[in-house]
Design a protein around this ligand. Structure first.
Ligand code: AMP
Ligand code: MG
Length: 470
């Protein structure tokens, strides 16, 4: 079936023209085996009615969807681990389509592993199946935990044998499609600034303002910076509350809507560990768990310096300085969300954040990150459950008393959520490395996709149980 009437194509980035992207063609893959289609996401953009054959034609063979001009590789630069690299750009992906969702947001379908482009450098333009599987798991877990994230839309195995230094090789190949609220990166602006194209910076500003931050007035560049600062602060706070380590917070991996994307060497924290580092190549721990706010702020300063070419530097600096307060505010909100309690004012909310981290710090490796939020969800109403559960012996002592006191001050938010069967389980859904590796091992050894699909089903149940919004 063709797209439904809910499908509303609007290829706005394509309209910017050849200064911003290059027309490309997808690789001709030897095979296209559908491994995952996100029908819930598809439903939000009117594409759920596609048959599997049509799905593969669009997301494995990349026949353009109706109203879409054909794939373009986006141009961008970026700082990688704080080193400027002018040779970036979509090297193994492209923008395939743009459309409005049911709530009117402009969304992109972007690819990973779809073949070489003018920006591939020495790369093969491909994605490993394991890498694709990992991105599906990360995006789904993040959505479950209330993080503003791109969504894995499609994963198709492509039948090639890839050589990789970080996976036993040859390894299987795939093409991923993600659904995301803008792929305009900080690095998109950096490229225009690098070539001193203030006209392009102006064009990008107006593009981003009208499409993604329409409440900002025309010409109010510091206002736009503030909107991006606040969205980025919220994203960072939600990562922290989710115990997520992105791994590669380069300026080409952060976008103007504060929606997280590009999940490579990510990890979820096993337990409280500020220095926890995800990427094996991040030797200095630059993007360690607790350094993510600093990394995002540093990247925002790079964006601001591009905008300063066409706007007032002092006002942009003021906007940047809003990051710290916005992050602290959003961190409180994120912890309240995760603990399922209402705000009780700044001071009490901050006590709760501090007490939660204090409990985890004191308890050490025995108390995993995710179970704390699971055990104590809704506050007082979970006391009996938490204190008779598998971690009961960890819930004692001074740091625990401080935590319990801070939590009990707060009233539960939508307490009926505790009636969901998920809370009758002894353990929450997590996404720790051993489980990810076990899911991959079944695929790798036996082509057994059952653990992968079972995990996604459990995460969908958890998403409904948590009921996180906004
Ligand atoms: P990433 O770390 O995935 O954000 O990628 C950084 C840059 O390297 C981007 O410009 C990518 O398009 C490019 N890149 C990564 N892997 C490949 C590959 N296998 N082939 C071509 N380009 C790649
Ligand atoms: Mg990237």
């Amino acid at each position: 079936m063709p797209p439904s009437s809910a499908y509303r194509p609007e290829p706005r980035f394509f309209d910017l023209g050849p200064d911003y992207a290059d027309a490309v063609a997808a690789a001709d893959f030897p095979e296209t085996i559908l491994r995952y289609r996100n029908d819930r996401a598809a439903g939000q953009v009117g594409l759920e009615g596609l048959s599997d054959a049509e799905w593969i034609a669009h997301f494995g063979r990349f026949q353009p969807l109706p109203g879409q001009p054909g794939p373009v590789a986006m141009r961008y630069h970026g700082h990688q681990f704080r080193q400027y690299n002018p040779d970036l750009g979509d090297g193994r992906g492209f923008l395939a389509a743009q459309m409005r969702d049911a709530s009117g947001r402009l969304l992109d379908l972007g690819t990973k592993g779809s073949g070489q482009t003018p920006w591939s450098r020495n790369g093969d333009g491909r994605l490993t199946l394991k890498g694709g599987m990992r991105e599906v798991l990360a995006a789904t877990m993040l959505e479950t935990l209330g993080v503003p994230t791109s969504r894995a839309f499609s994963l198709i195995e492509t039948g090639e044998a890839l050589e990789r230094g970080d996976e036993p090789s040859p390894t299987r190949s795939a093409v991923l499609v993600r659904l995301q609220h803008s792929h305009v990166r900080f690095g998109t602006f950096q490229r225009a600034a690098y070539f001193k194209r203030t006209d392009q910076i102006e064009t990008l500003i107006e593009h981003v303002r009208t499409l993604y931050h329409p409440s900002v007035a025309t010409g109010d560049v510091p206002g736009l910076m503030t909107a991006i600062v606040e969205a980025s602060a919220k994203l960072t706070a939600r990562w922290i509350a989710a115990g997520f380590v992105h791994g590669v917070l380069n300026t080409d991996n952060l976008n103007v809507t504060g929606e997280s994307f590009d999940y490579g060497p990510w990890r979820f924290l096993p337990h409280y560990d500020p220095q926890f580092t995800a990427a094996y190549f991040d030797h200095g721990g630059l993007y360690a768990f607790a350094r993510q706010p600093e990394a995002v702020f540093w990247n925002l300063t790079q964006l601001a310096s591009c905008l300063a070419l066409v706007s007032d530097a002092k006002s942009l600096a003021d906007a940047l300085n809003g990051f710290g307060p916005a992050y602290i505010r959003e961190l409180r909100a994120a912890f309240l969300m995760r603990l399922g309690v209402h705000s009780l004012g700044e001071a009490a909310d901050q006590r709760l954040v501090d007490a939660t981290l204090g409990l985890m710090r004191e308890a050490g490796a025995d108390l995993r990150w995710e179970p704390v939020f699971f055990d104590w969800f809704g506050g007082f109403a979970s006391s009996a459950r938490a204190l008779s559960g598998p971690r009961a012996r960890l819930y004692q002592g001074e740091a625990f008393d401080v935590f319990r006191f801070a939590l009990m001050e707060h009233a539960p938010d939508r307490i009926e959520r505790l009636e969901h069967p998920m809370f009758a389980a002894r353990e929450p859904e997590e996404m720790l490395i051993d489980e990810v590796e076990a899911i991959w091992a079944a695929i790798d050894a036996d082509d057994d996709w059952a653990p992968f699909h079972a995990k996604l089903e459990r995460l969908e149940a958890a998403r409904l149980a948590w009921g996180f919004t906004g």
